[in-house]
Ligand binder design. Sequence first.
Ligand code: SF4
Length: 196
Amino acid sequence: MNTYVYTLGDALYINLTNQCTNRCEFCVRNLHPGVGGYDLWLDKEPTAQEVIERIGDPSKYSEVVFCGYGEPMVKLDEIIAIARVLKEKGTKIRINTNGQANLYHGKNIVPLLEGLVDVVSISLNAPTAEKYQEICHSIYGVDAFDAVLDFARECAKVIPKVVFTVVDLLPPEDMERCRRIADEIGVELRVRKLME
Ligand code: SF4
């Protein structure tokens, strides 16, 4: 219980929180208590120090991924504190996020990640604000989508690799529109399988 550090393949995943600003229709949390056989509902959110101690030697992992079973960027201070320690050891760091951190924190937090984070993977999910809100039910309403795009633009300025993800259930025309959005912003688009 209280699994806040776990491995999948050769990567290490960090589960800082179950909080999220979305309620996505396809969220794996609606179906399962976790992934990879881990129960990822937290009794208590871990501190940065607890995570650092639990990680131990990060050199045996291909990358460390802040993923949550929720939205990791809610725990920005913890991400920065942990990433600083990992970066000193040369660890590759990725954040999987819904891209609403600047709305949540009320300012552009992306510069704080510069030099610490190698990859930011942002769930795009839809090609328009209305469709995004229909699927993701953000607490910020239809404003969320444009904020996600702005967040990606900010990330593209300072993060070495930025990826938009969409699930493979999107209709082809929506997929194509998502691809054009990714191209315009200058980030990759990755189509991922919906978890079942
Ligand atoms: S943003 Fe991620 S964690 Fe949050 S509801 Fe959507 S799929 Fe679930």
